[in-house]
Write a protein that binds this ligand. Structure first.
Ligand SMILES: [Mg+2]
Length: 292
């Protein structure tokens, strides 16, 4: 997730045409947010804040506290301060700071369906591995810290389930099972089902049908599509960034899925080496995997 995010950061908001022209195969810096190469953004920060709270004695309040510390004190930031913060996330963290119940802090309007909870949700999969069971409620609860609309929560549940299927069955088989589960509406509430209806046929859609802005459904579709249409970590992330627009988030989620599908060892050395705070991130991943 961190490598994909960092790879996409310099190109955020570029049009697809521009991204296709400008994105090279090496990790670049500067660009949109004027950050040095290997700098990851809010997506990774909040994913790491989540992972950190899950190493031991998880509670949703612990995650909430970490989110506040991220914004106020720069917890899990690449260079000491938070940057690239979404509006829905900022409003929710302000509510969390003022003592609003974590379950009620997230935006619940139709317009609060940006990709701000989807971009940080994948670490929960390792918490489930640690516990030995998958719990839809925990995923929904984590989303609702910042994004409490049923569509955002469902998108998170859907992504985590797909990631889990990749972990257990590998990429190809995972999509077959996933397709079936989506068609049977296994994790889609009725009134949201229509928004998820393209997922079972994603593999047949051409690139022109895939959108890569900040809407949660677009990020969900784009990341799965990038994984299905490439054969290794590098190509998956490159494809995500070359879609343009919300490049860091699409590449962050795609990178998360590709990391599960191909293993972190498949990440190009040059990309991994240039990652800011690589050792701290690897250390946290190890602690999350081992549960302490
Ligand atoms: Mg970002």
């Amino acid at each position: 997730m961190a490598v994909g995010d960092a790879f996409g950061v310099p190109y955020e908001f570029l049009s697809r045409e521009e991204a296709r022209r400008r994105v090279t195969e090496s990790m670049q810096g500067w660009g949109t947010h004027n950050q040095p190469p290997g700098t990851w953004s809010d997506d990774t920060s909040l994913a790491l804040c989540t992972a950190d709270a899950m190493v031991k004695d998880y509670s949703v309040s612990k995650v909430a506290q970490n989110f506040v510390k991220w914004l106020d004190e720069g917890l899990w930031t690449p260079h000491g301060t938070a940057f690239d913060i979404g509006g829905t996330t900022r409003d929710a963290i302000n509510r969390l700071r003022s003592g609003v119940d974590p379950m009620l802090a997230g935006g619940q309007d139709e317009m609060d369906n940006g990709n701000g909870s989807l971009m940080r949700i994948l670490p929960v999969l390792w918490y489930f591995e640690q516990k030995g069971h998958y719990d839809v409620r925990t995923v929904a609860e984590l989303s609702s810290l910042t994004h409490g609309h049923p569509r955002s929560m469902t998108a998170c549940v859907t992504l985590v389930r797909f990631a889990q299927l990749i972990l257990y069955h590998g990429k190809e088989k995972a999509f077959d099972v996933f397709r079936k589960e989506v068609k049977e509406n296994l994790f889609t509430q009725d009134e949201q089902a229509a928004h998820f209806s393209r997922l079972p046929h994603l593999d047949e859609l051409p690139e022109s049908e895939i959108q890569s802005g900040g809407y949660v459904i677009h990020t969900l579709e784009a990341s799965i599509w990038c994984l299905l249409n490439t054969g290794n970590y590098k190509d998956a992330v490159l494809k995500a960034v070359r879609l343009g627009d919300d490049t860091d988030t699409t590449a962050c989620v795609t990178g998360g899925l590709a990391g599960i599908a191909y293993g972190w060892q498949s990440i190009p050395d040059e990309w991994l080496t240039s990652l800011v705070q690589k050792d701290e991130i690897m250390g946290l991943c190890d602690r999350l995997e081992s549960g302490g």
